[in-house]
Design a protein around this ligand. Structure first.
Ligand code: ZN
Ligand code: ZN
Length: 323
């Protein structure tokens, strides 16, 4: 059976679980490990059955719980090289080294990490582990303490890193995954189409607009998770500083209700059984505004059989969709 569960969607954390055949993939890890596991159990999913994590881009609402979750589960993480590099830099703000030097250091540390594997088993699933500011400053002169005397824990250590490229499909277990470039202000952001058992499910959030390559990917999907981030008027009149408003509105920002519904009305092929609106802003949008705009755009195409419209939420999982 093919399943799709949005555990969280929005600027405070994004996580989705896709299941097909014998494979289960976590798409983004923007919740703390503890909260992620709690939400999976809420929808009767066992975190221990996850096979891999795949990342859209390095913004914290997509990776905040990544390292702890991957280490806890001992599963591989799939990134583009650009996203991985940006994520490493984000977690290593004090380290002055090139990416090549970092990879070399990783190789040297690999043996040491193997020896520490038993200790890692006992690693607590603690969101505080992720706060880069909580890491002891390497250049800080301080009295040695028991904590500092222990081997420094590399915040970027992962059980396994797998690279993929936008535009080059890959196989993860029973899933055929098509990553595609999206216009967003991150190093190398992507959306995905996941295909298993003949079912195609698209994830397209965090994009300033919908360029032709994305429109091509969103054709003939059975499920479409599409960003409907903000209402233009609410954003313009809302509390964000001018610079942030400009960022959100830009071609590498976020998709408005208006842009999402223009796409649904004029370009969307109407093939999906489910259309899920996601990444709704809590400051500059209301679920009802997003829903009404999309319903109007679907214009009678929504039914029990096709184009069922759902809204993904920030603070609770959306019920699992089964095919
Ligand atoms: Zn985001
Ligand atoms: Zn983002």
């Amino acid at each position: 059976m093919v399943r799709f569960t949005v555990l969280a969607s929005g600027s405070k954390g994004n996580c989705t679980v896709v299941t097909g055949g014998k494979t289960r993939i976590l798409v983004d890890a923007g919740l703390s490990c503890r909260e992620l596991f709690r939400r999976m159990r809420l929808v009767d999913e066992d975190p221990a059955t996850l096979d891999a994590i795949i990342i859209t881009h390095e913004h914290s609402d997509h990776v905040a719980g990544l390292a702890v979750t991957a280490r806890k589960l001992g599963i591989p993480v799939y990134f583009t090289e650009g996203t991985h590099r940006a994520w490493v830099r984000w977690l290593s703000p004090r380290k002055q080294m090139t990416y090549t030097q970092w990879l070399e250091q990783c190789r040297k540390q690999a043996a040491a990490r193997m020896a520490e594997a038993d200790a890692a088993e006992a690693e607590d699933c603690d969101p505080e582990d992720l706060d880069p500011s909580a890491e002891p400053a390497s250049n800080e002169v301080a009295e040695p303490t028991a904590r500092q005397a222990a081997p420094a824990k590399d915040p970027t250590a992962l059980p396994s890193v797998q690279f993929f490229q936008a535009g080059k499909p890959l196989q993860i277990g029973d899933f055929h995954v098509s990553p595609f470039t999206i216009p967003h202000d991150a190093a190398d952001p992507v959306g995905f189409v996941f295909q298993a058992e003949g079912v195609r499910m698209a994830v397209a959030t965090d994009l300033g607009y919908i360029p032709p390559n994305v429109k091509a990917q969103l054709k003939s999907v059975d499920l479409l998770l599409l960003e409907s981030n903000h209402d233009l008027e609410m954003l313009r009149d809302g509390p964000y500083p001018w610079s942030v408003k400009q960022r959100v509105l830009s071609r590498v920002g976020h998709l408005s209700n208006e842009a999402a519904s223009t796409y649904l009305e004029t370009e969307y092929d109407g093939q999906a059984s489910y259309v899920i609106l996601g990444h709704l802003s809590e400051s500059n949008n209301l679920p009802e505004l997003a829903r009404i705009a999309a319903e109007r755009a679907l214009d009678g195409r929504a039914s029990l059989l096709g184009n069922r419209l759902l809204l993904a939420a920030q603070h609770e999982p959306l019920s699992t969709i089964c095919f």
